[in-house]
Design a protein around this ligand. Structure first.
Ligand code: SF4
Length: 478
C-alpha cells in the first residue's frame, strides 16, 4: 500500500485569468509537505507530473503555463511514505472525467477496493487515492452528485482526507474530512476573482491572495462558471480531531491553521514546555534546525536563558535542506544528519538544552547528540515539543510500525518513566523531557479533545477503528 501526506491546491478564476502560474507558486509554497513529486491538472487533458522539487522544473514553467493555460486547475506535491517515488504514483490522478489530488491516508484500501466494481488495477499495488477516486466515481455514477457520493464514501473509508477535484466540465471542488485531521483553507484574490482552496495559507499568500477562512471539516466546496462559489456540508459530525503534529512539525511557520499562526503556536509550545521543565542551570538553548527554532526561542525566553544557533544545516548539500522525517528511506535520513553542522564555539563546555519538534525513530536525535558531544558539550538536555510517539498514524502521517519507533522496546509494557529512560539512553542524552498532550493543546489554544493525539495515546476512536498491534503485520494491515 502506498500512503501519502501531501499538499493540495485547487484554483479557479471567475475572471478568466490563466491560473497555472499561481498553481506553480502555490505548490512551491507547499513544498515542505512533499518533495518527491508534483503535478497539476486542467480540464480535458492528461495531468502533468514531474519528479522532485517544483523548482527543479523551473526551466519549463513558461512552457507549462502556456501549454496548460486554464482558468481552473488543481495541483499536488507528494511525499510517499512507503517505497515508490515514481511518476506513475504522482498526482493528480485522473479517473474517467475527474482529476483528484489527495492529502491524507486511507488505511482500509483493500476493503474499499472490494467495493469498486470493474476496476482495472491490482489493489495491492494501487495508491489509496486511486482506490478512493475509483470508488468516488462509481458513487457519483450511482448517486448523481459529488456531495452525495462523499456522504457515502466518508462512511466507507478509514482515514483522513483533503481532496481537490477537477472535472472535465470545468469545475473545481475541494473537500475536507469530517474530523478535520488534515488542514485546508480557503482564499480569495480580487484581481481575476480568483478562489483558492489549499492545504495551508502559505500557498494563499504565495499567490497574493487573502486568507478567507478554514474549510469546515465535512464541507464540500464547488467553484464553476454556472454556479460561481458554492458550498455544502456532506457530514454533520461536529467532533474534531485536528492533527497536533501539524502544529509542532509539519506545517509551514507562516501558515495559519484553525485561526492560529504556526510560528506563534510553536513559540508558545516552547514557553509552555519551559514551564514544565524549568531547567535554570543551562548555559544555552539551541534548536534542531529548522522547525524547532520558534519553540527553542520560546523556551529560552521563558527561562531567561541565552538562545543561540548551535546546529546549522548545510543548505548546499544535496540532502541538507530536506526534512529528515519525511524522507522515506533510513539511509536518506542518516545522510541528512551528516549535513547538520555543529558550531563548537556555541557548544563547548556548556550545558546545552537542545529543542526538537519530535522524536520518531531517534535516528536524528542520536546523530545530533553525538555531534554535540564531539563539539565538547558538557551536558546535554534534550526537550521534545511533541509527546512520546508510541503508535502508528493512520490519518496521514506515516509512522510505519511500532517496531520502528524509538519508544518501542521489544513489546515490553514499559511505564512512562521507563520508556523515557530507555529512549534517553538510546539517544545518549543526559536528560530527556517530552511535552504532554494537555500542555501542547493549551499552548496551541485548541481544546485537547478537538485535536488528534492518537500516535501518542493509542486512542483510535477519532478514526473509528480498534487496531490490534500484537504483530507488525497486523499493524500494517489495519
Ligand atoms: S495520529 Fe498523530 S500524526 Fe496522525 S493525525 Fe493524529 S496526531 Fe497527527
Amino acid at each position: 500500500m502506498v500512503k501519502e501526506n501531501c499538499g493540495v491546491v485547487g484554483i479557479y478564476s471567475e475572471g478568466d485569468v490563466n491560473v497555472i502560474p499561481m498553481v506553480i507558486d502555490a505548490l512551491r509554497a507547499l513544498q515542505h509537505r512533499g518533495q518527491e513529486a508534483w503535478g497539476l491538472a486542467i480540464p480535458n487533458k492528461a495531468p502533468l507530473k514531474r519528479l522532485g522539487l517544483v523548482s527543479a522544473s523551473s526551466g519549463e514553467f513558461k512552457k507549462i503555463s502556456e501549454e496548460y493555460a486554464s482558468h481552473s486547475a488543481i495541483g499536488h506535491v507528494r511525499y510517499s511514505t512507503v517505497g515508490k517515488s515514481d511518476l506513475e504514483s504522482a498526482q493528480p490522478l485522473k479517473v474517467k472525467d475527474l482529476c483528484v489530488a489527495h492529502n491524507g491516508t486511507i488505511s482500509n484500501v483493500e476493503e474499499l477496493s472490494n467495493l469498486v466494481g470493474g476496476c482495472t488495477f491490482t489493489p495491492q499495488n494501487a495508491s489509496d487515492t486511486l482506490v478512493a477516486a475509483q470508488r468516488l466515481v462509481s458513487l457519483i455514477t450511482e448517486n448523481g452528485k459529488l456531495g452525495n457520493a462523499l456522504s457515502i464514501l466518508k462512511n466507507e473509508m478509514v482515514g483522513s482526507f483533503c481532496f481537490t477535484f477537477l472535472s472535465d466540465d470545468d469545475a473545481v471542488f475541494a473537500a475536507r474530512d469530517p474530523k478535520g485531521f488534515r488542514p485546508m483553507v480557503l482564499g480569495h484574490k480580487e484581481q481575476g476573482n480568483v478562489h483558492i482552496v489549499t492545504s495551508e495559507s502559505s500557498a494563499i499568500s504565495a499567490i497574493g491572495a487573502k486568507l478567507v477562512r478554514d474549510v469546515v471539516p465535512g464541507e464540500l466546496i464547488k467553484i464553476s462558471k454556472e454556479g460561481g462559489f458554492e458550498t455544502e456540508m456532506f457530514s454533520d459530525d461536529t467532533n474534531r480531531a485536528h492533527c497536533s503534529f501539524e502544529f509542532t512539525y509539519f506545517a509551514q511557520p507562516s501558515s495559519k491553521m484553525e485561526g492560529t499562526n504556526i510560528y506563534l503556536a510553536r513559540k508558545r509550545i516552547g514557553q509552555f514546555l519551559a514551564k514544565k521543565y524549568p531547567i535554570h542551570d543551562a548555559d544555552v538553548v539551541i534548536p534542531v534546525p529548522d522547525s524547532a527554532r520558534p519553540a527553542a526561542l520560546g523556551f529560552a525566553q521563558e527561562l531567561g536563558i541565552q538562545f543561540d544557533e548551535g546546529l546549522l544545516k548545510d543548505r548546499y548539500s544535496k540532502k541538507g535542506p530536506l526534512r529528515s522525517f519525511i524522507e522515506p528511506h533510513q539511509s536518506d535520513r542518516i545522510e541528512i544528519n551528516r549535513w547538520i553542522i555543529p558550531i563548537r564555539e556555541v557548544i563547548e563546555d556548556k550545558h546545552i538544552i537542545v529543542i526538537d519538534d519530535s522524536l520518531v525513530r531517534g535516528t536524528s536525535s542520536k546523530a545530533i547528540i553525538k555531534a554535540l558531544r564531539r563539539s565538547g558539550a558538557r551536558k546535554i538536555s534534550m526537550m521534545v515539543t511533541y509527546p512520546p510517539i508510541k503508535f502508528p498514524c493512520y490519518a496521514g502521517i506515516d509512522f510505519p510500525s511500532q517496531e520502528e519507533l524509538a519508544t518501542f522496546d521489544g513489546g515490553k509494557d514499559l511505564s512512562e518513566k521507563e520508556m523515557i529512560e530507555k529512549v534517553r539512553n538510546d539517544i545518549g542524552a543526559d536528560f530527556l523531557g517530552y511535552n504532554d498532550a494537555e500542555n501542547l493543546a493549551n499552548a496551541v489554544g485548541i481544546p485537547k479533545d478537538s485535536m488528534c493525539f492518537t500516535c501518542a495515546t493509542g486512542n483510535y476512536a477519532p478514526l473509528g477503528i480498534t487496531p490490534n498491534f500484537n504483530k507488525m503485520k497486523q499493524m500494517k494491515s489495519v
